[in-house]
Design a protein around this ligand. Structure first.
Ligand code: PEP
Ligand code: MG
Length: 892
């Protein structure tokens, strides 16, 4: 029979799948001998069972009985014992941290009898009734589903009657009154009395926590963070310790390094005389951890020594939650802490210096997504803006947008393409959707560990929090600055998550130092480089040395090619030639389409040839010595012709004026002839090459001439010719034969040796499935995963993302668009088949990918595993792909 319940001492940090992150780390701390209140963890497996059957598994009760008895023995008191009650907390804890997304109930075990025992034991009547009041409130909200406003309204009413504003001004009698009022609310909403049996309270709370795995905000958070939907949460039942037993008690959150900058040194927030979630919720303002040294030097000293121990043990930045109960320190939680992208790089670099981790580990601890975040622009150092006020620099970056005060409006406006800043006094988990859609987040309350700060950092979203000098008046939808300025909803502000400054209007932004480093404008060895650039440089160099995948860029012009090269591209994996047919050159394409005779057609092609030759020569020169894969024309010809409706109107108007628009009429005929219902599946790619005589040979001639020209100038052009949309080897063979003939002609004509590979894209399922045959005629394959995804799923790539993908994501058909991150099971399988059969037929065949997935971190790991030779992506993604390719290799 499975074991459903683990005492803390029975677990370890490696059991996160089963015990969740919190449970596994509580176990680890217990076994390290740190002061953790005793308790036990009910496994994620139990949760999965509960969610599937809407019932607890058999045998669970008996296990809980046994563990609870052990806990009671350890504490020397029973759960809810009237004269001296053991109280417990019931907390969620999934494998991956989901801050504030699921439920927690504290003070379980209190009832009309034990509240007196607690009062007697603590010698504090007010504390006991306050605790009981909190239990009913949390239990009512979490377990019984009663709206929080009912309790909040009653609470406010009692304060109003008494004429006070601060919770701390309420005395024992007031809390006792609140207990009665709250019990009334429960009875009214549920039709039964508040459950006074401690064990029933605990069991119901456990069920509620399991159920909260499927709360809408948790579902949304998992989708955003790509956390699998079927993991379930564990539940931790833990003896309560109290941070609200007076001024010698308190609760806090701390980090072993600064999670915003990565700077060394402990860092955190402390709140005296407070319990549980008060710190994270940002309800009252905290003091910096350093203050604790003055308030309680012994606990401070012990805390620092524990933090050091944890960091050495976990070999990483840890974040912790602790409580001090009457001068006694208790550890409530630790985990490897979330951090900003910049901190991730700096900390990994420092830990290598300190000998705690290897460079391979350092590379595995940073991600391509983090690197991409560091490449966003930020405000110029000398940017002049009208400063409205400052808050805490909770999550770095620069955000400019219109002020909006609620999440719904944020979502609506950002759907319309507006950049907006979500401005709240403080955020709570219900704001998640707005936070996701906003360009940035501004709050007036709460510290760096408040909900807004923690969640924004996790999302990589710019956030300034706790800007107290700004009065954010959500009700009246305006912000008032200390200078008296009033910012109304819809006005533009700029927020700087790196400095904490909030400016009126739009402040100009500048390139990030990391981009300037990649561009070669900052020398990492120079003093001015800064820690971040030095860390990025070190980890990039290691990733480059470790990776097996080469990284090329998709670039269509010399400028992009040059930038890609500076970003570390080792060639061009896809030079799309279609842009070379646009602009002024459309006239030539029109002539090609309208040509009535061979001579007219030849003339049109001859007009295009020198233009293409110059384009190619520029790209080859920019990538001198490196391969440049030129793809022959892919889109259907009608894309280069005027729009059918516009042209019809033009013809009709001319005719009504009595003119004879002969050219336009011929063009209209051609447009009508070329019109297709499904152009993406029509006359495009290799099909065009077969049906429009001379088109592909003209392109190959231009490539060969450009190469010959550069060769004769002593350069080292390395073109590769790529045929798009091949479904069968016969198509490829015809084009390859023609192309090889043209290359020979040009070589002779220029008196140079020209020998370059002719290969194909694999972007149709049939091509993947017959890759063995195709490889006989192809020097290389490049997987066009955009079309391959389109055709494998039968999704029109230009339509589906806007039309129904959001519904698919909502219904959980997939967690992420297959156009964004490769569908490994389906499209990936086609790639695996093609790789295997292609290599079997032609050992050593060069294999790459040039669809958008080439720059997607998760997809890069798949391409590494699939054994490709290179990925190709847009120039700005090149560093991301280099890093991820290095991480994939370092992981082994
Ligand atoms: C592809 O289909 O993946 C590809 C790279 O080609 P395009 O996006 O130009 O169709
Ligand atoms: Mg394609």
């Amino acid at each position: 029979m499975p074991k459903y319940v683990y005492e803390f001492a029975e677990g370890s940090k490696d059991l996160k799948d089963l015990l969740g992150g919190k449970g596994a780390n509580l176990a680890e701390m217990t076994n390290l001998g740190l002061p953790v209140p005793p308790g036990f963890t009910i496994t994620t497996e139990t949760c999965r069972y509960f969610l599937a059957h809407d019932a607890m598994p058999e045998g669970l009760d008996a296990e809980v009985d046994a563990k609870l008895s052990a806990l009671e023995r350890a504490m020397g008191k029973r759960l809810g014992q009237p004269d001296d009650p053991l109280l417990v907390s019931v907390r969620s804890g999934a494998k991956f941290s989901m801050p504030g997304m699921m439920e927690t109930v504290l003070n379980i075990g209190l009832n009309d009898d034990s509240v007196h025992g607690l009062a007697a034991q603590s010698g504090d009547e007010r504390f006991a009734w306050d605790s009981y009041r909190r239990l009913i409130q949390m239990f009512g909200k979490t377990v019984q589903g009663i709206g929080g406003e009912s309790f909040d309204d009653a609470f406010e009413e009692v304060k109003r009657q008494k004429g006070v504003t601060d919770d701390l001004q309420l005395d024992a009698a007031d809390h006792r009154k609140l207990v009665d009022l709250f019990k009334g609310i429960v009875a009214e909403h549920t039709g039964r009395e508040f459950p006074c049996d401690p064990r029933e309270q605990m069991d119901l709370a456990v069920r509620a926590v399991f159920g909260s795995w499927n709360a809408p905000r948790a579902v949304l958070y998992r989708r955003q963070e790509r956390i699998p939907v079927d993991l379930g949460t564990a539940v931790n039942v833990c003896a309560m310790v109290f941070g609200n037993m007076g001024m010698d008690s308190g609760t806090g959150v701390a980090f072993t390094r600064d999670p915003a900058s990565g700077r060394q040194g402990v860092y955190g927030d402390y709140l005296q005389n407070a319990q549980g979630e008060d710190v994270v919720a940002g309800i009252r303002n905290t003091v910096p951890l350093a203050e604790l040294e003055r308030l309680d030097p012994a606990s401070h000293r012990e805390l620092l020594s524990i933090m050091e121990k944890l960091e050495t043990h976990y070999r990483d930045l840890c974040d912790i939650e602790f409580t001090i109960e009457r001068g006694k320190l208790w550890m409530l939680q630790t985990r490897v802490g979330k951090r900003t992208a910049a901190a991730a790089f700096c900390i990994a670099d420092q830990l290598v210096d300190q000998g705690m981790i290897t460079l391979d580990e350092a590379v595995s601890r940073v991600t391509g997504d983090q690197l991409a975040q560091l490449m966003f622009p930020r405000f110029a150092d000398d940017a002049q803006g009208h400063l409205l006020g400052t808050g805490m620099n909770a999550s770095p970056g620069a955000a400019v947008g219109k002020v909006v005060f609620d999440s719904e409006t944020v979502v609506a406006r950002s759907r319309e393409g507006e950049d907006v800043i979500l401005c709240r006094r403080e955020t709570n988990p219900d704001d998640l959707e707005g936070m996701l859609s906003a360009a940035g987040i501004l709050t007036s309350r709460g510290g760096k560990t408040s909900h807004a700060a923690v969640v924004a950092r996790g999302m990589g979203k710019t956030c300034v929090c706790g800007a107290e000098e700004l009065d954010i008046d959500v009700k009246n939808r305006r912000i008032t600055a200390p200078g008296g300025e009033v910012v109304e909803e819809g006005d533009v502000i700029s927020i700087d998550g790196t400095s904490g400054c909030v400016y009126l209007g739009e402040v100009p932004v500048v390139a990030s130092p990391v981009v300037r480093y990649f561009e070669g404008e900052i020398d990492p060895a120079a003093g001015e480089a800064g820690d971040l650039v030095r860390a990025v440089d070190r980890l990039m160099r290691h990733a480059d040395a470790a990776r097996r995948l080469r990284v090329r860029a998709n670039a269509d012009n010399a400028q992009d090619a040059a930038r890609a090269r500076r970003m570390g591209a080792e060639g061009i994996g896809l030079c799309r030639t279609e842009h070379m047919f646009l602009g002024d050159r459309r006239r030539l394409v029109e002539r090609l389409v309208l040509a009535g005779t061979d001579a007219e057609q030849r003339e049109a092609l001859e007009g295009l040839l020198p233009l293409q030759r110059d384009d190619f020569a520029e790209a080859f020169a920019a990538m001198d010595g490196l391969p440049v894969t030129v793809r022959l024309l892919d889109p259907p010809l009608h894309e280069f012709l005027p729009d059918f409706t516009e042209l019809s109107v033009r013809v009709a108007l001319a005719e009504s004026r009595g003119e004879d628009p002969e050219d336009d009429r011929r063009l209209l005929k051609a447009v009508t002839r070329l019109h297709e219902q499904n152009p993406m599946m029509g006359l495009r790619g290799v099909r065009l090459g077969l049906l429009v005589p001379g088109l592909f040979t003209m392109q190959v001639r231009a490539i060969a001439q450009a190469a010959a020209q550069l060769l004769s100038e002593g350069r080292r052009p390395r073109p590769e010719v790529m045929i798009p949309l091949v479904a069968t080897v016969q198509e490829l063979e015809i084009i390859r034969e023609e192309s090889a003939g043209v290359v020979r002609e040009v070589a002779e004509e220029y008196g140079v040796e020209l020998d370059f590979p002719i290969g194909t894209m694999i972007e149709l399922p049939r091509a993947a499935l017959t890759a063995g045959q195709i490889a006989e005629s192809a020097a290389f394959f490049s997987f066009g995963t955009n079309d391959l995804t389109q055709t494998a799923w039968g999704f029109s790539r230009d339509d589906v993302e806007a039309s129904f993908f959001s519904a698919y994501l909502e219904k959980g058909v997939f967690g992420v668009s297959p156009f964004e991150s490769l569908d490994v099971e389906g499209v990936g399988r086609l790639i695996d088949i093609a790789v295997e059969e292609g290599r079997a037929a032609r050992p050593g065949i060069k294999l790459g990918v040039c669809g958008e997935h080439g720059g997607d971190p998760r997809s890069v790991h798949f391409f590494h595993r699939a054994g490709l030779d290179y990925v190709s992506c847009s120039p700005f993604r090149v560093p991301v792909a280099r890093l991820e390719a290095g991480r994939a290799a370092a992981r082994g």
